[in-house]
Ligand binder design. Structure first.
Ligand code: ATP
Ligand code: MG
Ligand code: MG
Ligand code: MG
Length: 439
């Protein structure tokens, strides 16, 4: 992409409404635009990051055997009356009437709808286990939307729903998601700690929140420090090996970790003092096992091997991609801007042409641009007629992991400079060496 033809509305001033660094940087880097309280558009740069985050989530969901669908945002109130949640959900639910005066709602979550899909088609235990997920907008009329897309009213959620014949099988489904979540957040450069959590309006009895420690987090959490150094299960993990998954979950639940709602001060006091971590955190994911809470009122049953009907045991598993983007920035930035981990960076490399119009700079930049693109990299070429200083500031602000600086002095020696956004290290090398380094 040539920056001169891109749509990157960078803000020079710090937006006053932004209280935390990620919100400030997302606005300044032209990633998002607020359209109403807690409702955002994703601009091109932001959209690219969001899609990278979604792609990682998808890969890790698919790895477990979960299957992607897409359910609508608007739901009929009927289903929610069946489960009993239409009255229970309260003011967070945005309720609407259609022209027929039929009560509808903008879905805050999809347990009812997916249970309806399940009961309409699945009849036998032989079709289980089944896990259906989608990545779709949700609406919750949050009392205090704030921090940009960290707590918005309309937000994206990946929500998966598992269906199993009994509690043991449901536990295996839960473990798959637990391990997939460890991998998902780690691939985004985040250390997420699974913590015992309250189940809230979703209901149920087994639940973990995945928490990123951050001073700006809204949750108060307590955990054993050693979790931060635990190894993440690698890509050879066999999701069909129930024993191996249980061992991973056992290890990741062996030490103390709880959100404030589930906190047990006495148990925490028993943890060695220097290992006790009492901190603030961001909830980026939440998994639940809730048994027959929805299958019972909604009549989702399958025929078992015993020839009898069984209510299915369900779980649900949420991740917030539009919250993850700011969470990644909270964890990775400096005074000059965002520092994207490679895995979610909107572009792999930016080329900074310091002197547009200078024949040698232009031709070297064009050559790098076409060679890197041909090698499959996502390249942002700053070909704008701007001061070099402004270009450096933009590149640092938007946080592309590698910068190639093409300046008249070094190009006279046939060289360019490569700068690593994270370490700040700079190195001069020939064009050819630069291409070889990056591809
Ligand atoms: P919170 O405690 O922050 O209000 P929640 O517990 O209500 O979140 P869940 O119902 O567990 O949220 O939803 C699953 C995931 O969806 C959360 O872990 C979070 O990543 C994301 N999420 C929930 N509410 C919001 C929101 N208002 N804005 C952005 N993401 C959200
Ligand atoms: Mg909430
Ligand atoms: Mg919560
Ligand atoms: Mg939650």
């Amino acid at each position: 992409m040539r920056l001169s033809r891109y749509f990157l509305p960078i803000l020079k001033e710090n937006p006053k409404e932004a209280e935390i660094v990620s919100h400030r940087l997302m606005l300044r880097a032209g990633m998002i635009r607020q359209q109403a309280a807690g409702i955002y558009s994703w601009l091109p740069l932001g959209k690219r990051v969001l899609e990278k985050v979604n792609a990682i989530i998808r890969e890790e969901q698919d790895r477990t055997g979960a299957i992607e669908i897409l359910m609508p945002t608007i739901q009929s109130a009927e289903l929610w009356k069946e489960s009993g949640r239409y009255d229970d959900y309260g003011l967070e639910m945005l309720r609407i009437n259609d022209r027929q005066e039929r009560p509808m709602l903008y879905g805050p979550t999809n347990e009812e709808m997916v249970t309806d899909i399940f009961r309409s088609y699945v009849r036998s235990y032989k079709d289980l286990p089944l896990n259906l997920y989608h990545i779709q907008l949700k609406f919750r009329d949050e009392i205090r939307p704030r921090f940009g897309t960290m707590r918005s009213r309309e937000f994206l959620m990946k929500d998966a729903y598992s269906f199993d014949i009994d509690q043991d099988a449901a536990r295996r489904a839960y473990n798959k998601m637990f391990v997939a979540y460890l991998r998902t957040f780690s691939r985004m450069g985040l250390s997420a700690v699974p913590m015992r959590a309250d189940t809230g309006p979703i209901g149920g009895d087994l639940s973990h929140e995945f928490i990123i420690l951050a001073d700006t987090g809204e949750s108060e959490v307590f955990c054993h420090r050693d979790y931060l150094g635990f190894d993440i299960p690698d890509e050879t993990t066999d999701f069909q090996d129930a024993g191996a998954l249980q061992a991973i979950v056992d290890k990741w639940t062996s030490l103390y970790a709880a959100t404030s709602e589930m906190h047990d001060a006495d148990a925490f006091a028993a943890v060695a003092e220097d290992a006790r971590l009492s901190a603030r955190g961001i909830e980026v994911g939440h998994i639940f096992y809730f048994g027959t809470k929805y299958s019972e009122p909604m009549g989702a049953k399958v025929m078992g091997p015993d020839g009898k009907e069984h209510l299915v045991h369900m779980g649900s598993y949420g991740i917030g991609p539009t919250r993850l983007v700011p969470a990644i920035i909270e964890a990775s930035h400096d005074e000059n801007g965002i520092i994207w981990p490679k895995s979610v960076a909107p572009y792999d490399v930016s080329i900074i042409n310091m002197k547009v119009g200078d024949g040698a700079c232009d031709s070297a930049s064009e050559k790098l641009y076409s060679e890197l693109e041909a090698a499959g990299l996502d390249v942002l070429y700053d070909d704008r007629d701007e001061r070099a200083g402004a270009k450096f500031a933009t590149a640092d602000l938007i946080g592309i992991p590698q910068q190639i600086v093409v300046g008249p002095r070094s190009i006279a020696n046939g060289e360019v400079e490569i700068k690593d956004r994270k370490t700040g290290e700079r190195e001069n090398m020939t064009l050819e060496a630069a291409v070889n380094r990056l591809v």
